[in-house]
Design a protein around this ligand. Structure first.
Ligand code: URA
Length: 288
C-alpha cells in the first residue's frame, strides 16, 4: 500500500467521505483571509491561508482495516530512577530546567493529591525538537500503567490522525498532557483534573513547550484548550474550533479529544477540518 493509499484508508476509517485532502496549488492561490488570534490578554489579526478541504475522488476501498492493522509501537517505559532530588522546585526553578532534570522532578512530584494514586507519572513522548505539539488532558488507566501518553483506544485514533496528517508518533511530533498523573474518582474511574491539579502541573507543561518551541500546538479537547488558553471553564470546545489561538507566540488549534471522537463519530469530519486548519497554520508559519 502506498503512503497515499494508507492515508486514504485512515481517512476512510475516520468516517470521512468524500476523502478530504489539502492541495498545495489551491493553498498557494487562495486569498489570505484574516484569522482571529486570541492571546490571553490581547486579540490580534494575522493573515493565514484558508483553504476549504478539497474533496478528491475516493481511492479503491482499502482492503485492510486501518484501525486493526496499525498497532501503535510498543510503549516505552518511563525509567523510574532513584531521585537525585525528590524536592519539587517552585515554578521559577522549573522554568530553567533542562529535559533530564525536568523529567526527574516530574517523576517525583508531590505537588497535588494525584501523586497518591499514580502508578507512575506520564511525562510525555516524542521528538524534543518537534514542530508539532499535541496536548491532551491527562493519563488514563492504560497510560498510568505504561508511562506513555495516549496508548489506549484514543491513542490509536490519535496515531491514525497523525498518519492522516503525514506525521508519525515520535517523528516531528511530541505528545504531552496537561497533568502528568492519572486523575481518578472514588470508583477509580478516570475523571478530568481539577483546576488546582491543573495549576499544580502547568509549570511542567510550560517548560516542555518552552524547550520544544513548536511551530503549532494542537489542543486535544476541552481541558487542554482551556488550560493552555486560560479561558473560562464554561467555554465549549465548539466555540474554540475554527480559530487560531495563541499560547505566547505559538499558534494553538483546538479540536475534539480523540476519546470523544470515538463516542461521537459524526464529529470526526469536524476534527479533520481542524487538522487541516492546523496544517495550513503550520505551513504559513514555517514559510514565514
Ligand atoms: N487521554 C488524554 O488526554 N491523555 C492521554 O494520555 C490519554 C488519554
Amino acid at each position: 500500500m502506498s503512503n497515499q493509499d494508507r492515508r486514504t484508508a485512515f481517512l476512510h476509517e475516520m468516517g470521512l467521505g468524500p476523502v478530504w485532502s489539502q492541495r498545495a496549488a489551491v493553498l498557494q492561490t487562495l486569498e489570505h483571509e484574516p484569522v482571529l488570534l486570541m492571546a490571553s490578554a490581547e486579540t490580534v489579526e494575522i493573515s493565514v491561508p484558508v483553504a476549504a478541504p478539497v474533496p478528491q475522488q475516493r481511492a479503491a476501498e482499502p482492503t485492510l482495516s486501518a484501525w486493526g492493522d496499525e498497532t501503535p509501537a510498543a510503549p516505552a517505559t518511563v525509567p523510574m530512577t532513584a531521585a537525585v532530588s525528590a524536592v519539587v522546585k517552585p515554578a521559577s526553578d522549573v522554568a530553567n530546567m533542562g529535559w533530564e532534570q525536568l523529567k526527574e522532578v516530574v517523576s517525583n512530584c508531590t505537588e497535588c493529591g494525584l501523586c497518591k494514586g499514580r502508578t507512575q507519572t506520564v511525562f510525555g513522548i516524542g521528538d524534543q525538537k518537534a514542530k508539532w505539539l499535541f496536548v491532551g488532558e491527562g493519563p488514563g488507566r492504560n497510560e498510568d500503567f505504561q508511562g506513555e501518553p495516549f496508548v489506549g483506544p484514543a491513542g490509536k485514533l490519535l496515531d491514525n490522525m497523525f498518519i492522516s496528517m503525514g506525521l508519525k508518533r515520535g517523528e516531528n511530533a511530541y505528545i504531552a498532557n496537561i497533568v502528568k498523573c492519572r486523575p481518578t474518582d472514588a470508583n477509580k474511574r478516570d475523571r478530568p483534573p481539577t483546576a488546582e491539579e491543573v495549576d499544580a502541573c502547568m509549570p511542567y507543561l510550560q517548560r516542555q513547550i518552552a524547550l520544544i518551541n513548536p511551530t503549532v500546538i494542537v489542543a486535544l479537547g476541552k481541558t487542554a484548550a482551556l488550560s493552555l488558553l486560560k479561558l473560562d471553564p464554561a467555554t465549549p470546545v465548539s466555540k474554540l474550533r475554527g480559530t487560531v489561538h495563541r499560547y505566547d507566540e505559538i499558534p494553538v488549534v483546538v479540536t475534539y479529544h480523540p476519546a470523544y471522537l470515538l463516542r461521537s463519530l459524526k464529529d470526526k469530519s469536524k476534527a479533520w477540518a481542524d487538522l487541516c486548519l492546523a496544517m495550513q497554520t503550520y505551513t504559513a508559519r514555517e514559510n514565514g
